[in-house]
Design a protein around this ligand. Structure first.
Ligand SMILES: Cc1ncc(C[n+]2csc(CCOP(=O)(O)OP(=O)(O)O)c2C)c(N)n1
Ligand SMILES: [Mg+2]
Length: 276
C-alpha cells in the first residue's frame, strides 16, 4: 500500500481532521502526478475492482422504478459529450468509482480540501475559467445541497462569459446527513424513519434551474424522466460549446454506493474491533 498525499498540510491534530490513518507501507508526501508517471499504471483491465458491500440503501446503477440514478446521468453525459474530453470538476457525494474511468489528470479535479459544502460552484467557476479556450468540456456534477449553498458564484461565470455545464444531481435532500442521523438513531435506539427530518429539501420542490436563470446563466427545466435525459444534456452541451453557462436540474434517486452507505450507517457496535 503506497500513499501519495499532501493532506497532512491541511489537517489539524487537535481536531483530528485526518480521522483514522490508513496503515501504509510507503508514504510519499508529493503531488500524485509527480509520483506516478502514467505509463507506470497497470491497464484498467489488470485492476481487480473491490467487491462492494451489500447495503439496502445502495443506489442501483439503473433503478427499476423508472427514476434516474447518478450512474445514468454519468452515462448520458458521456453520450452528450461524444468525442470531446470532459473535465469533471467535481462529482456528487453519491458518485462511485465505477461511474467513470479517469485517465488524464484533467479528467477529474477532485474535491476541495476542507469538505465544506457550498465550495463546489465557486471552485467550478474558477476551474472552468482556467479551461476556457481548451478542448475540454467543463462539467460540475453536484448535489443539490452543495449547489444551493454556493450557487451565487454562477453569476460570476455569466458575468465573465465562462462556459460551464452544471448538472445538479438533485436528490432533494442533504442526504449525507440523513445517513448520519440514521447512524445516531441506531446508536440511541431512536426511530430510524425520522432520519429525514431537517435534511429533506422538498415540499415544495425547488426549481434549481429557475434559480440559476435568476443569476444570469441558462437553466433547463427540471427533469425526472430517464427518457428525457439524452435530449436535455445534448441541448445543454451544445449551449456550453457556444460559450454559455448552463444549469441542468436532474431529479435523481437518493442513495450512495453500497460501500459508502454501509460505512456511514453502521452503528459503533457493528464496527470491526468495536472502535468508537
Ligand atoms: C458548510 C458545511 N455545512 C454542512 C456540512 C455537512 N454536510 C456534509 S455533506 C452534506 C449534505 C450535502 O448535500 P448534497 O450536496 O445534496 O449531497 P447528498 O448528500 O444529498 O448527495 C452536509 C450538510 C458540510 N460539510 N459543510
Ligand atoms: Mg442532495
Amino acid at each position: 500500500m503506497i500513499q501519495v498525499p499532501l493532506d497532512h498540510y491541511s489537517h489539524r491534530g487537535w481536531s483530528m481532521d485526518h480521522q483514522g490513518l490508513p496503515p501504509v507501507d510507503v508514504f510519499m508526501p508529493v503531488e500524485p502526478d509527480v509520483a506516478v508517471p502514467f505509463s507506470a499504471l497497470p491497464a484498467p483491465s489488470a485492476l481487480r475492482p473491490s467487491r462492494p458491500r451489500k447495503s439496502p440503501m445502495a443506489m442501483p446503477p439503473v433503478p427499476q422504478d423508472g427514476t434516474i440514478s447518478i450512474a445514468m446521468v454519468a452515462d448520458a453525459l458521456r453520450r452528450a459529450a461524444g468525442t470531446q474530453p470532459i473535465t469533471l470538476i467535481r462529482v456528487p457525494l453519491g458518485w462511485s468509482g465505477e461511474m467513470g474511468h479517469f485517465r488524464d489528470p484533467l479528467d477529474y479535479l477532485g474535491m476541495d480540501g476542507g469538505a465544506g459544502i457550498g465550495s463546489g460552484p465557486g471552485m467550478a467557476v474558477g476551474a472552468a475559467l482556467a479551461l476556457r479556450g481548451t478542448d475540454r468540456l467543463p462539467v460540475l456534477m453536484t448535489g443539490d445541497g452543495d449547489y444551493l449553498m454556493g450557487m451565487t458564484a454562477l453569476w460570476t461565470a455569466a458575468n465573465a462569459g465562462v462556459p460551464l455545464l452544471t448538472i445538479v444531481c438533485n436528490n432533494r435532500s442533504f442526504f449525507n446527513d440523513e445517513l448520519h442521523q440514521e447512524r445516531v438513531a441506531r446508536d440511541r435506539d431512536r426511530p430510524v424513519q425520522n432520519r429525514w427530518i431537517g435534511q429533506r429539501i422538498g415540499d415544495p420542490d425547488l426549481d434549481l434551474a429557475a434559480l440559476a436563470r435568476g443569476l444570469g446563466p441558462g437553466g433547463l427545466r427540471p427533469t425526472d424522466s430517464p427518457s428525457e435525459l439524452d435530449e436535455v444534456l445534448a441541448r445543454a452541451v451544445a449551449a456550453v460549446r457556444d460559450g454559455a453557462t448552463v444549469v441542468v436540474d436532474v431529479h435523481v434517486t437518493p442513495g450512495y454506493s453500497a460501500a459508502m452507505a454501509s460505512g456511514m450507517t453502521r452503528s459503533h457496535e457493528d464496527q470491526e474491533g468495536g472502535q468508537p
